[in-house]
Ligand binder design. Structure first.
Ligand code: AMP
Length: 210
């Protein structure tokens, strides 16, 4: 079982890499951010509880998120391995994860704050999962997705004030996980400022060594 956690600040490319690795190796990609956004769209109880935290760039309370992940990892498609993107986000969640699954590899995708701010403020996303950047990777049509034609979204939490808050939360709560997982002997670091394909190759080489 190859259970992998992708760590890194918001906008470091965890989601993009998780999708690439998932399709290469056939593992499900589990993004707590996506699960929570879908819950908000559906108007479920979970969505109602999560929305205000997410809009403010705060973490959703651990007990809500831990349970979602525990249930998701219990599904049959996770039996051969999985990729976690956006979970764990703090040491409490990492300990919860340890109690119900065994992590083989943690990849920390490192990107400096200045680049994160530029990436997130220009990010536009589509419901279909495709991501664009208004400057570096703009869609061909004005504000619509090249793949499915839907209107692109500027996420509420990708607004400038919320971005700095999310980064502050990342440094305070999530970054300590780097040392936590280094201590467990499962941490590998990759340079997230490189080209997407080079980062993918770097991650693949870590996986193939397992
Ligand atoms: P992301 O798409 O991973 O950037 O997550 C967007 C937002 O969803 C975060 O800013 C949090 O509000 C919430 N979120 C996602 N994953 C978690 C998690 N593991 N724990 C708590 N909140 C989360």
């Amino acid at each position: 079982m190859v259970n992998i956690v992708l760590l890194g600040p918001p906008g470091s490319g965890k989601g993009t890499q998780a999708e690439m690795i998932g399709s290469e190796y056939g593992w499900p990609q589990i993004s707590t951010g996506n699960i929570l956004r879908h819950a908000i769209e559906e108007g479920s109880d979970l969505g109602k509880k999560a929305k205000s935290y997410m809009d403010e760039g705060e973490l959703v309370p651990d007990d809500l998120v831990d349970e979602i992940v525990k249930q998701r990892l219990g599904k049959p498609d996770c039996e051969g391995g999985y990729l976690l993107d956006g979970f764990p986000r703090d040491v409490h969640q990492a300990k919860a994860l340890d109690s119900f699954s065994k992590i083989k590899l943690v990849i920390d995708i490192q990107v400096p704050d200045e680049q994160i701010i530029s990436r997130l403020s220009g990010r536009r996303v589509c419901d279909c999962g495709q991501t664009y950047h208004i400057q570096f990777n703009p869609p061909k049509g004005e504000g619509v997705c090249d793949l499915c034609g839907k209107k692109l979204i500027h996420r509420e939490d990708d607004q400038p004030d919320t971005i700095s808050h999310r980064l502050e939360v990342y440094h305070r709560k999530t970054e300590p996980l780097i040392e936590f997982y280094r201590g467990h002997g499962v941490l590998e670091v990759v340079d997230g400022t490189k080209h997407i394909d080079d980062i993918f190759e770097a991650i693949k080489s870590k996986i193939d060594k397992l």
